[in-house]
Design a protein around this ligand. Sequence first.
Ligand SMILES: *Cc1c(COP(=O)(O)O)cnc(C)c1O
Length: 380
Amino acid sequence: MNLESFTGFVKELYPGQDFVPLHAPVFRGNEKKYLSECIDSTFVSYVGRFVGEFEAATAAYTGSKYAIATANGTLALHTALILAGVKANDEIICPALTFVATANAISYCNAIPLFCDSERDTMGLDVEKLETYLEKNTWLNDKGECIHSITNRRISVCVPMHTFGHPVKMDKLMEVCNRFHILVVEDAAESLGSFYKGKHTGTFGKLGILSYNGNKTITTGGGGMILTDDEALAKRAKHITTTAKVPHPWEFVHDETGYNYRLTNVGAAIGLAQMEKLDEYLNSKRDLADRYATFFKNSDIHFVTEQPDTKVNYWLNCVILKDREEREAFLKFTNGNGVMTRPIWTLMNKLNMFKHAPATNLDTAQWLEDRVVNIPSSVR
Ligand SMILES: *Cc1c(COP(=O)(O)O)cnc(C)c1O
């Protein structure tokens, strides 16, 4: 493909911009109004109406019974892993092909990632490969825990991640993890607005998390959310993310080591305004994806579209190039010609801090790392 025709096409999609970013936030609703309310009322910190209303709006939209706001998505995942009972030296299954926050949150628990391969069509966890690996390399001890026979460590939790909003095959994953007594905590940081078989991502596992970083589908500046249907876990999530303080009119009593992982009223004010626009933004993103799909049709560049049974939020659109060399040429030309593009992540097992972690064969993840590039995807 003539890459000039691509950069020209993107500049027509986003007219009047010298440099088209990958994903810029848009504020077209009640953001300023709600922020003024925060300032006028002085409730800019942890007290105020917006956190509760943002949580309620998120629970209603996702169909999760409970939603607990946090300072960012990484800390939401850290909290969710604690609540799932992760202990030091546990092994936690996650894809090798993910943003580093997934694996970092595992390290915060002093646990060790067990990196799994991804599949080509969803770019997410390859459930069949995981199943085969678990069948071959694990056993259940007398407490019913899944033990990795190569390392002798307990495998307690699996963290699937819905890459760029494309859902992992969650029905099969839940079936496999249930069979091996492994809890599921979904990293749905990228997939607000994505559904698998009509159910929102992040609501299949025991817990799930969302992110509202500035480059995500909607933003709170920085923020995250924990999703769960379990009332006791929801209460504990609120408790440990708010310093584990025992309610009392004046005494400071904290009944365990808690965290200050709260979202501010200011962040939640922006988030609530963004939630009111979510459907409109998702429609805009779907329209953009349709245009890209038409543009790349009959070209030698593959544009990634949603799989059967899924509804994708098209957070970040992506293309698959022929090989690593074509990927480099594509990145060089586009970034040099006013169109921001970025490669998918370096596999986690290649990063210094994770190079000793156990892993399945990672051929497809490597194949994807060599070829996948994100292209501009902001709401228009
Ligand atoms: C954005 C993201 C996170 C973390 O979110 P923050 O809010 O930036 O901490 C976690 N996992 C994945 C896959 C992400 O893309």
